[in-house]
Design a protein around this ligand. Structure first.
Ligand code: PEP
Ligand code: MG
Length: 601
C-alpha cells in the first residue's frame, strides 16, 4: 500500500512551518502518511442492471485485502503475545465467516445494492441474532464481528485506515485525531511519530504518546489538508510544530537540536540513583504514571513506585473486557515487582475521551457532553459487577506488595462512601470465600473536580490519601476542554485559581494527617514543578522519563527557597506574573543548555 502511495506523491513544495501543541517530546524526520476518518460517510446506492456480479467481485476482493491486513498484523506480534495472536487469529477466521459473506453477497444480488450498504445491513441482521444470546460473554463477541466488518468496509473504500495494515517503511502518521486505542496500536517500530488536527497537551492520546516515547504534535489545524502522503516532515514534539518540505539544512539543524536534547537526557541519568531530596533534607516521593504495566521503565528511571496506574488502558486492548484473573495477574505482578514501594492503581476511569470504541460492550451510549457525563467512578458505581470484579482483583493482589486503590473523579463525600461500601462488601465476600487480602489496603481519591477541593476537609477525614489530578481539575475549574485545540491556549496550569485550589487541597489533607500527591501532567514539567514542590506536596507522580529532570531540580533546591517561591507565586493575580517568577527562578538556578530555539524556524 505504502509504496504505491509514495510513488504518487507530488513534487516537493516550499518549506512551511505549521504550529500546533507539543503532544510528546522528541524530533523525527520522515515521510508522512495521512489517514482520513470515514465517520458515517457510508455510500449507499442501487446497482445498475447487470452490475451485481462486478459488485460481488469488488466485495470479495475487499474481503481478501482485509484478510491480508490481519495476516500482516498477526506477523507483527511476537509469539509470546499468545493472547493477542489468538484474538487476531479469531478475526482472520471471522473475515471468511459464511454468514457474513453469504448474507452480504445475497443482499447485493437480490436487492441490487452496493457492497457497503449490503455489508451494513448484514451487520444489522447479525446483531439481532447476537442480541438474543443470553450469555453476556458470547453476546459481547459482536464487537469482533463489527471490527472485522469495519476492516472490510475500509478496504471497500480503498482507504485502509486501520493501523495494523502494516507499513513498508517507518512513517509519521497524521490524522484528524487518534483515539488512545489507535495510539497504543501505533506502538510498532514502523511508526516514528504522529500529528493530529485535534487535541491538547493533556488529551489522553498525547499522554499515551508520551508514555510510548513517540514524538507527537497535536492540534495542528490544517495538517491533513496541507500534508500529502509521501511528503517529508519534521515533527518537533518539543516545541509543538512541524516543518513541511524541510530543506536539508533545516533537517540537519533539527537533528542537531534533538541530539543535544538526548545528550542532556543522558546526563540526567546520573540522577536516577540519587535520593529525591532537597539540599536541606526534605524528601519528596517522585513516582511514575503509567498506562501499560511496564514496570521496567518505572525501575529504570528510579521512580519511588507508581503514583498513578491508569487501569482503564488495560480494558482497551484485546477484543474483550479483561476478567478478574487477568486483572489480578497484572496488579499482583506490578505490586510484587515494586514492593515495598507503593503501587497506586486507579480504578476504571472511562468516559470522556477514553474507551470510545468500547461503548457498546460497556453499555454506554454517546453522550452529548461526555466530560460531564457517566465517567469514571460514576460509571463504576452504576456498573457494579464490573467494578466489583476490578476490586476483587485489586484486593487479591494487595497481599503481594504495597498496593493502594485510587478512586477517580470523586465529587462528593457520598460518592466516596458508596465506593468504600462496595469495597467493604467485596472484602466480606472474599473473607467468606477464604480468599486472602490486605484488609488495610489504602483507599485514596483523586481531587480533580472543584467540588472535591471545596469539600477537601470532609473528604480528607475519610480518605487515606489524596492525589490531585490537575489535568481534569484545570479543565473543570476553568471550563476548558482539555482535548480542544481551539481553547488549548487558555488551558492554564498557572491560573491563580488552579494554584490556590492545589494549595487548599494540600492544606486540607495535611490537617487531617494524610499524604497529598499530584499526578497531573504539570508534576513532570520542570517549569511548574518548583511551585508544586514549594507548596509542600508529599509526592509528584509523572511519566517515568521526567523523573530525573524533576529530581535534578529538587536536589539543587532548598525547601526554604522553594517555599518562598511558592508563597510569592500564590499571591500572583494572573498566570503571566506567576510565569515570570518561575522563569526568573529557573534561569537563576538552571540556565538553559540548548541552542537558541528561534534558529530552527
Ligand atoms: C488528571 O486528571 O490529572 C489525571 C491524572 O488523570 P487523567 O489524565 O487520566 O484524567
Ligand atoms: Mg483525570
Amino acid at each position: 500500500m505504502m509504496d504505491s502511495e509514495f510513488e504518487q506523491r507530488l513534487e516537493p513544495g516550499e518549506p512551511e512551518t505549521l504550529h500546533g501543541i507539543s503532544g510528546s517530546p522528541g524530533i523525527v524526520v520522515g515521510k508522512v502518511v495521512v489517514f482520513s476518518r470515514q465517520e458515517d460517510g457510508l455510500l449507499r446506492y442501487r446497482l445498475e442492471p447487470g452490475a451485481a456480479e462486478n459488485e460481488e467481485a469488488r466485495f470479495m476482493a475487499a474481503v481478501a485485502r482485509a484478510e491480508q491486513v490481519l495476516i500482516s498484523l498477526r506477523q507483527q506480534f511476537e509469539d509470546d503475545l499468545a493472547d493477542t495472536v489468538a484474538i487476531v487469529d479469531s478475526h482472520i477466521r471471522m473475515v471468511r465467516d459464511r454468514l457474513l459473506l453469504d448474507q452480504t453477497l445475497s443482499l447485493i444480488r437480490q436487492k441490487q445494492i452496493n457492497a457497503e450498504w449490503a455489508l451494513t445491513r448484514t451487520l444489522g441482521i447479525i446483531k439481532k441474532k447476537f442480541d438474543h444470546i443470553a450469555d453476556d460473554y458470547i453476546r459481547s463477541r459482536f464487537a469482533d464481528v463489527e471490527y472485522v466488518a469495519r476492516l472490510i468496509a475500509e478496504q471497500l473504500n480503498g482507504q485502509g485506515r486501520s493501523f495494523p495494515a502494516g507499513f513498508a517503511e517507518p512513517v509519521i502518521v497524521a490524522g484528524e485525531d487518534f483515539s488512545p486505542e489507535d495510539t497504543i496500536r501505533m506502538h510498532t517500530d514502523k511508526v516514528l511519530g504522529f500529528l493530529t488536527e485535534k487535541g491538547g497537551s493533556t488529551s489522553h492520546t498525547a499522554i499515551v504518546a508520551r508514555s510510548l516515547g513517540l514524538p507527537a504534535v497535536v492540534g495542528v489545524r490544517g495538517v491533513t489538508s496541507r500534508c500529502r502522503t509521501g511528503d517529508t516532515v519534521i515533527v518537533d514534539g518539543y516545541e509543538g510544530r512541524i516543518c513541511l518540505h524541510p530543506t536539508l539544512d533545516q533537517q540537519r539543524l533539527y537533528l542537531e537540536y534533538d541530539r543535544q536534547h538526548r545528550v542532556f537526557s543522558d546526563e540526567m541519568s546520573w540522577y536516577i540513583r540519587l535520593a529525591s531530596e532537597t539540599v536541606d533534607g526534605l524528601r519528596v516521593r517522585l513516582s511514575a504514571n503509567i498506562e501499560i504495566p511496564d514496570v521496567e521503565a518505572v525501575i529504570y528511571y528510579g521512580a519511588s513506585g507508581i503514583g498513578l496506574f491508569r487501569s482503564e488502558f488495560g480494558y482497551l486492548q484485546g477484543s474483550r473486557l479483561p476478567d478478574e484473573e487477568s486483572l489480578f495477574t497484572v496488579y499482583r505482578d506490578m505490586a510484587a515487582a515494586l514492593a515495598p514501594e507503593p503501587v497506586t492503581i486507579r480504578t476504571l476511569d472511562i468516559g470522556g475521551d477514553k474507551l470510545s470504541s468500547r461503548l457498546p460492550e460497556l453499555r454506554l451510549s454517546r453522550e452529548r457532553n461526555p466530560a460531564l457525563g457517566l465517567r469514571s467512578i460514576r460509571f463504576s458505581l452504576r456498573e457494579r459487577s464490573l467494578f466489583e470484579t476490578q476490586v476483587r482483583a485489586l484486593l487479591r493482589a494487595s497481599l503481594h506488595g504495597r498496593l493502594r486503590i485510587l478512586l477517580p473523579l470523586i465529587s462528593s463525600l457520598s460518592e466516596l462512601r458508596e465506593a468504600r461500601a462496595v469495597i467493604e462488601s467485596v472484602m466480606e465476600q472474599l473473607a467468606a470465600e477464604g480468599v486472602p487480602f490486605n484488609p488495610n489496603t489504602e483507599l485514596g481519591i483523586m481531587i480533580e473536580v472543584p467540588s472535591a477541593v471545596v469539600m477537601a476537609d470532609s473528604l480528607a477525614a475519610e480518605a487515606d490519601f489524596f492525589s490531585i489530578g490537575t489535568n481534569d481539575l484545570i479543565q473543570y475549574s476553568l471550563a476548558i476542554d482539555r482535548g480542544n485545540e481551539y481553547v488549548a491556549s487558555m488551558y492554564d496550569p498557572l491560573h491563580p485559581a488552579v494554584l490556590r485550589m492545589i494549595s487548599q487541597t494540600i492544606e486540607a489533607g495535611h490537617r487531617q494527617g494524610i499524604e497529598v500527591s499530584l499526578c497531573g501532567e504539570m508534576a513532570g514539567d520542570v517549569f511548574t514543578a518548583p511551585v508544586l514542590l514549594g507548596l509542600g506536596l508529599d509526592e509528584l507522580s509523572m511519566r517515568p522519563s521526567a523523573i530525573p529532570h524533576v529530581k535534578r531540580l529538587l536536589r539543587h533546591s532548598t525547601f526554604a527557597r522553594l517555599t518562598v517561591l511558592a508563597a510569592k507565586v500564590l499571591k500572583c493575580k494572573d498566570s503571566s506574573e506567576a510565569a515570570a517568577l518561575l522563569n526568573q527562578y529557573l534561569s537563576e538556578n538552571y540556565p538553559d543548555q540548548f541552542i537558541d530555539r528561534d534558529e530552527r524556524t
